[in-house]
Design a protein around this ligand. Structure first.
Ligand SMILES: [Zn+2]
Ligand SMILES: [Zn+2]
Ligand SMILES: [Zn+2]
Ligand SMILES: [Zn+2]
Length: 348
């Protein structure tokens, strides 16, 4: 309010001085040009502006005098505070500081929170198992607190013993801290292979299902299992041959049915070699591979002998190698017997 009055009256003062000066100049001008009517008007204007000036001047002075008396804090432009009262805080109660402006009398109060007056002291040095321990004691009330600071120290390792690698762990070096006794195990290299005993059959294989076998390490007792191949539905018990005077080879196969089912057909194909292991060819059709299709029935568990109907002509025949063994059962099942899937294909 005081500031607003000062601003308004200040502007009023300037405005009325301006109007007064302009009116005086006009009055002089119209007096020289002998324009009496306009000269009188200008004179009136100058009188009114002089009165207005006076009024604004009174308001301005009055505001400047009365304002600071009515609102001393609002009129104080730069406080100068002095401490007039002070109460220190204690460990449990807050304190305060009261300040008063020497110019306007404005008063402020600052609160000081309660706090201990800590004195710190290291009571335990850091070790490889614990951090540094610091005691905080209040110099006023004796309240004591303990805090941890920093990091634990590194262990002081010393080699304790070395355990050689076994099949259950690699080479191990055991280190022990000479200060706290903590130990650590450092491994290097790899474990040794197991020392397995013989395979033992757990599940016997059949002609339809694989079996299972297991073996155990004699040192660490670790055991492992693998599958055993299915038993071949047929076993070739023997193969014999004769060569006639024109070089025609005739084989006789003795075959046993190991399966629980009756066999309808067996298809056999084999390739032929001479005494030095090179392939040889039939002198009539030029083929290296020959074979036969056996017609059953061959009952479950039964053995029979079969001879190829068409001879293979080559005087130098010495050995053969199976290429295909295919068995068709009476129930329509067909099995191609390979040595990657079956055992007991040939009698040992
Ligand atoms: Zn002040
Ligand atoms: Zn205290
Ligand atoms: Zn240690
Ligand atoms: Zn082992």
């Amino acid at each position: 309010m005081g500031t607003a009055l000062v601003v308004i009256s200040g502007l009023g003062l300037f405005a009325s001085i301006g109007i007064f000066v302009i009116s005086m100049l006009r009055k002089l001008f119209f007096k020289l040009t002998k324009n009496t009517e306009k000269m009188n008007k200008a004179r009136k204007c100058s009188i009114i502006s002089a009165i207005t000036f006076g009024a604004f001047l009174i308001i301005f002075i009055a505001t400047m005098i009365i304002g600071p008396k009515l609102d001393p804090v609002g009129w104080c432009t730069s406080h100068e505070y002095n401490i007039v009262e002070q109460k220190d805080s204690t460990c449990t109660n807050s304190g305060y500081i009261i300040r008063v402006c020497s110019l306007c009398g404005d008063e402020t109060k600052e609160t000081i929170d309660a706090h201990h007056s800590w004195v710190e002291q290291v009571v335990e040095k850091a070790t490889c198992t614990s951090k540094q321990k610091i005691e905080k004691k209040c110099s006023r009330c004796g309240t004591t607190e303990y805090i941890e600071s920093g990091e634990v120290l590194a262990h002081t390792w010393e080699k304790d013993k070395v355990i050689e690698a076994t099949c259950s762990h690699p080479k191990q070096t055991i280190n022990k801290c000479s200060v706290c006794g903590t130990s650590e195990t450092v491994e290097e290299g790899s474990t040794l292979p197991h020392n397995f005993g013989e395979w033992t059959t757990i599940i016997e294989p059949t002609t339809e299902k694989e079996g299972q076998q297991a073996r155990t390490c004699t040192i660490c007792n670790h055991s492992e299992k693998t599958n055993i191949l299915k038993k071949s539905p047929i076993t070739i018990m023997s193969i014999t041959y004769n060569i006639d005077y024109v070089g025609g080879v005739e084989w006789t196969y003795d075959i046993k049915n190991n399966s629980p089912k009756t066999i309808k057909y067996i298809t056999l194909q084999w390739s032929c070699y001479n005494a030095v292991g090179d392939p040889i060819y039939d002198e009539i059709d030029g083929q290296n591979i020959t074979g036969m299709k056996i017609t059953g029935p061959l009952e479950s568990g039964q053995s029979k002998q079969y001879t190829n109907a068409t001879k293979f002509y080559n005087h130098s025949y010495a050995s053969s190698s199976m290429v295909t063994i295919s068995v068709e059962f009476m129930d329509g099942d067909i099995i191609n017997i390979t040595d990657s899937e079956y055992t007991n294909i040939f009698k040992n």
